[in-house]
Design a protein around this ligand. Structure first.
Ligand code: MG
Ligand code: MG
Length: 278
């Protein structure tokens, strides 16, 4: 009997192919975040993303997603979740307004490999609470990334993320129903990477794994409720939510943040973690 690997482990050549899709994601997110200003609709951002995907010779990872899971196929190439929307917001004709926060989640496939990343954008002048929420979520993301290391466990990552959030002092909550994930030849693969966990527990992190780390955080209730469109999830108490995500490759030498323009070099070095492009 053949023993099959539990998780898809990538060769160096495959990780380089994933870097190509990750850079497309990073470039397009740069553009969308720049355009996310008062008066712009999320549908306009989605249309811009469609043009840029085509120009890059890539394919959306999101458009049509879900058709095999008994939900309507996702109708857009971005998920844009404004204010109390947590994740899976469908772009629409409502203009962004100063004071909004908009989480843009975006993924593409190029040559069979996926990249997945999300950022929360502050639109115009936002409240101190909104800024603190986004900043705590971004910090939790990088703390989680910095925990990735061959031989550690997935529970170490989730624990680090939730501890980072506690340290922010904002009384923010992990929305536990959404988790990070393995990524590669498909967008969502094993293992799940929860944003909470027990140190030393869960699957062992192996060289060649690629993981999407994505803290999804509420400023109030941690419970999400799905709207009638069967996609958009809002906080039960309508408090604000934030979402930051990167796709990361783990090798024996260290980490390469595939969806960060600099590969994660600056943040990893600041945290004493080996930056290891392959
Ligand atoms: Mg995503
Ligand atoms: Mg993801």
């Amino acid at each position: 009997m053949l023993l099959r690997a539990r998780f898809e482990l990538k060769s160096e050549a495959q990780i380089r192919a994933m870097r190509a899709s990750g850079l497309i994601v990073s470039n397009i997110l740069d553009d969308l975040c720049d355009r996310a200003r008062p008066g712009v609709t999320t549908r306009e951002l989605d249309e811009r993303a469609r043009e840029m995907i085509a120009a890059a010779g890539a394919v959306s990872s999101f458009l049509g997603y879900g058709e095999h899971f008994g939900v309507p196929p996702f109708p857009a190439v971005t998920c844009i979740s404004v204010n109390d929307r947590i994740v899976h917001g469908i772009p629409d004709d409502v203009p962004l307004a100063a004071g909004d926060i908009a989480s843009i989640d975006f993924g593409v496939e190029k040559d069979g490999w996926h990249g997945d990343s999300a950022r929360t954008v502050l639109v115009g002048q936002v409240s101190e609470r909104a800024r603190a929420l986004s900043e705590a979520t971004r910090e939790a993301l990088w703390t989680g990334i910095a925990t990735l290391k061959v031989g550690r466990r997935i529970g170490d990552v989730g624990h680090a993320i939730s501890e980072s959030l506690k340290k922010s002092g904002g009384n923010f909550s992990v929305v536990r129903q959404f988790v990070g994930h393995g990524i590669g030849s498909q967008m969502h693969m094993d293992p799940d990477v929860p944003n909470f966990g027990r140190p030393g527990k869960g699957p062992r992190i192996e060289a060649g794994m690629c993981l999407a780390i994505e803290p999804i955080i509420s400023a109030g209730s941690p419970v999400g409720v799905t709207l009638d469109d069967e996609w958009t999830v809002v906080t039960r108490d309508h408090s604000l939510a934030a979402h930051w995500e990167h796709t990361v490759a783990i090798t024996k030498q260290g980490l390469w943040v595939l969806t960060a323009a600099d590969g994660g070099e600056a943040e990893l070095r600041a945290r004493g973690v080996p930056f290891a492009p392959v």
